[in-house]
Design a protein around this ligand. Structure first.
Ligand code: TXA
Ligand code: MG
Length: 321
């Protein structure tokens, strides 16, 4: 059984991490499953607990900017500019790695992904540990990320040492990941709450994966794997579709708006794209818990946070991988 810690118990959580244990903790995006990024044993336990393919590298979390030089070989000027503008916060930069980060954490890549979370609990824990902490999202591999501690426990209890119980994550989608290893052309590998438009104000020439070759795609291993999928089938729609009466009790809907959809099994009406993003994964989990077979998800325009939301919806609805 995982120890359930409160935000007053961060010294206990830090001691577990320093001893090579696994601790789930909240961040502003989703819950992370932390372990010492310099310990091959601790890192192998993360992959085992999640059932994560070993070729999918982890993000290293830091509290202080001056720790960056301990884990990265050369901080490119572009990475520095991005971090100055968007960190601490939901931005991850990929840079050349230093040997102290164990190779299993980065799936043997020569680069390392680094993020400075802004969540006060995460920051305080990272400060107390004073080690680089690798933390993938705290869910079973392939499932939706967990945005509440209860969802973390449902996925990982019995497989991890402790969890820091705190409020639900405010943003609800994983961080924006930017490959900064080539200083001339940064590449957006995963969209998030630091939006493409935000990034373009600092690096107007940033490329997106749509314009990349398969060689470049191979550098973003996370994209090869099945992601964010509930058990129920996810279908995208422009607005609520007409359903036969016998389908309604097993169908769910999430989207913007205030239409009354009372005959459906589960409905989540969101007040904004941000609200939709915050609620999406927990809604997927509620749908699975109550035996929904189809989850209809309303499309949103692919700009701002809508780009990240649609990215996750496409992946959740893709049954090919
Ligand atoms: O918001 C977040 O980023 C959360 C919280 C816990 O910080 N973490 C998270 O981790 O979403 P995870 O493991 O679920 O996703 C990490 C993503 C994957 O797509 C992975 O392939 C990519 O980052 N990544 C990690 N290291 C990389 C590297 N060296 N080069 C390219 N992509 C990398
Ligand atoms: Mg994940």
């Amino acid at each position: 059984m995982a120890k359930q810690l409160s935000t007053n118990d961060l010294a206990v959580a830090a001691a577990i991490l320093r001893g090579g244990g696994l601790v789930a903790f909240p961040t502003e995006t989703v819950f992370g499953l932390g372990a010492d990024a310099t310990s091959p044993d601790a890192i192998s336990r993360i992959f085992k607990a999640k059932g994560r393919p070993s070729d999918n590298p982890l993000i290293v979390h830091l509290a202080e900017f001056d720790q960056l030089n301990e884990v990265c070989e050369g901080v490119t000027p572009i990475a520095e500019k991005l971090l100055q503008r968007f960190a601490p916060g939901p931005l991850t930069v990929v840079l050349p790695k230093k040997p102290c980060i164990c190779s299993a954490a980065t799936a043997n890549l020569s680069s390392v992904a680094v993020r400075f979370p802004s969540h006060p609990t995460a920051r305080s824990l990272l400060k107390q540990v004073a080690l680089p902490i690798a933390a993938p999202s705290a869910n079973r591999s392939g499932s939706p990320s967990a945005t509440t501690w209860q969802s973390v426990l449902r996925d990982l209890d019995g497989r991890i040492d402790a969890i820091v119980c705190d409020e639900a994550c405010a943003l609800g989608l994983e961080s924006t990941v930017v490959d900064c290893t080539d200083n001339d052309t940064p590449i957006l590998l995963r969209s998030g709450h630091v939006t493409l438009e935000d990034l373009q104000t600092v690096v107007p020439n940033i490329r997106t994966l749509g314009s990349l070759t398969s060689v470049a795609m191979a550098n973003s291993p996370g994209l090869r794997h099945r992601h964010y999928q509930p058990r129920a089938r996810v279908r995208l729609c422009e607005s609520m579709v007409e359903l036969a009466d016998d389908e309604k009790p097993r169908s769910a809907y999430i989207g913007l708006g205030s239409d009354s959809l009372t005959e459906l099994g589960l409905v989540q009406l969101c007040t904004s794209v941000e609200d939709y993003a915050m609620n999406l994964y927990e809604f997927f989990r509620r749908c699975d818990a109550s035996g929904m077979e189809i989850i209809w998800c309303q499309r949103v325009p692919e700009r701002g946070v809508g780009l990240a939301l649609m990215d996750r919806l496409y992946r959740a609805s893709d049954r090919s991988g």
